[in-house]
Ligand binder design. Structure first.
Ligand SMILES: NC(=O)C1=CN([C@@H]2O[C@H](COP(=O)(O)OP(=O)(O)OC[C@H]3O[C@@H](n4cnc5c(N)ncnc54)[C@H](OP(=O)(O)O)[C@@H]3O)[C@@H](O)[C@H]2O)C=CC1
Ligand SMILES: O=C(O)C1=N[C@H](C(=O)O)C[C@H](O)C1
Length: 266
């Protein structure tokens, strides 16, 4: 069966890579693209893609659905729009595969309910790279034995959300193994606000933004006389594409929302 795929955010860094990946996949067809402003009738019109990339561009998801009937909507946009896109896709019986980060806990809960009630599968993956998923799982396992933890995530300087979705998901997984406790000295004082990073149940998260970086994370787990460092680096956006393909294939078989690729890899 050919899976009919629509992509939101096709002009972006991840979107461009995803367009090429879906176009090159024999079991998938890129049927349309969702944008939010007039950028031409087809992908080729944007001049970002070759002339044979003829998928039509819509600025309205309902119209996109009516005219191109996608099975799956891949969202690679921004934290501002992703919740609305995902909710609307579910209401239109389109299965969302979401890479965009920046959801609040309340939004995730709401989408879980909509997906469950409509029995339309949805995959939200804070990180599509298999190595990053393994780093998160290893951190979760190690937290049971080394519960004093700091996360340092490092990204390119065009990233909108901080902390990253991966850091938030890592902290969430770790918090299931690690009793809530404050770390560091009880009388610790920040001389410069923010010096100790964000506080997630006492665990600290530090966000670095620099040109030249792509997506990198270290989880530091400290114990008496020892330090365990788990590190993952995405050096290019090709690192995410096998996860995008796996998610598009898997969401076709699901009837609920799945948050994190760790739930679908064997
Ligand atoms: N899950 C994962 O593995 C990964 C997730 N990400 C996440 O994916 C998202 C995109 O990242 P990245 O590609 O680097 O970002 P970019 O800024 O390069 O791309 C986002 C694109 O979405 C477009 N856009 C904005 N709003 C809308 C909208 N309402 N409808 C359609 N298109 C829209 C933007 O257009 P314009 O520029 O004209 O505003 C831009 O072209 C981020 O949230 C990022 O954190 C990134 C890498 C991996
Ligand atoms: O914005 C990015 O680039 C990335 N975003 C995701 C995140 O917030 O974790 C995934 C990856 O880190 C790249």
């Amino acid at each position: 069966m050919t899976i009919r795929v629509a992509i939101a955010g096709a002009r972006g860094k991840m979107g461009k890579e995803a367009v090429h990946t879906v176009m090159n996949h024999t079991d998938m067809e890129l049927v349309s693209v969702l944008d939010y402003k007039e950028v031409g009738d087809t992908l080729a019109d944007t001049k970002l893609f070759p002339s044979n990339f003829t998928a039509p561009i819509f600025i309205n998801l309902e119209q996109l659905h009516a005219e191109t009937k996608p099975d799956v909507l891949v969202d690679l946009t921004t934290p501002e729009f992703v919740y609305e896109h995902t909710k609307q896709a579910l209401e239109l019986n389109i299965r969302p595969v979401v890479g965009t980060t920046g959801f609040s806990d309340e939004q995730l809960e709401e989408l879980k309910t909509v997906s469950k009630n409509s029995k339309i599968g949805c995959i939200i993956a804070p990180n599509f790279a298999i190595g990053a998923v393994l780093m998160m799982k290893f951190a979760e396992q190690a937290a049971k034995y080394l519960p004093d933890i700091e996360i340092i995530e490092m990204h390119h300087d065009q990233k909108l959300d901080a902390p990253s979705g991966t850091a938030m998901k890592t902290a969430h997984l770790i918090s299931q193994q690690r009793p809530i406790h404050e770390q560091g000295h009880i009388r610790e004082k920040e001389i410069l606000e923010g010096a100790r990073g964000a506080n997630y149940d006492g665990m600290r998260i530090h966000s670095v933004r620099l040109p030249g970086l792509v997506a990198h994370q270290q989880v530091l787990l400290g114990g008496e006389g020892q330090l365990l460092t788990l590190r993952h680096d995405s050096f290019n956006r090709g690192s995410f594409m096998s996860g995008v393909i796996l998610s598009i294939q898997t969401v076709m078989e699901k009837e609920e929302l799945i948050y994190g690729l760790e739930h679908i890899i064997d």
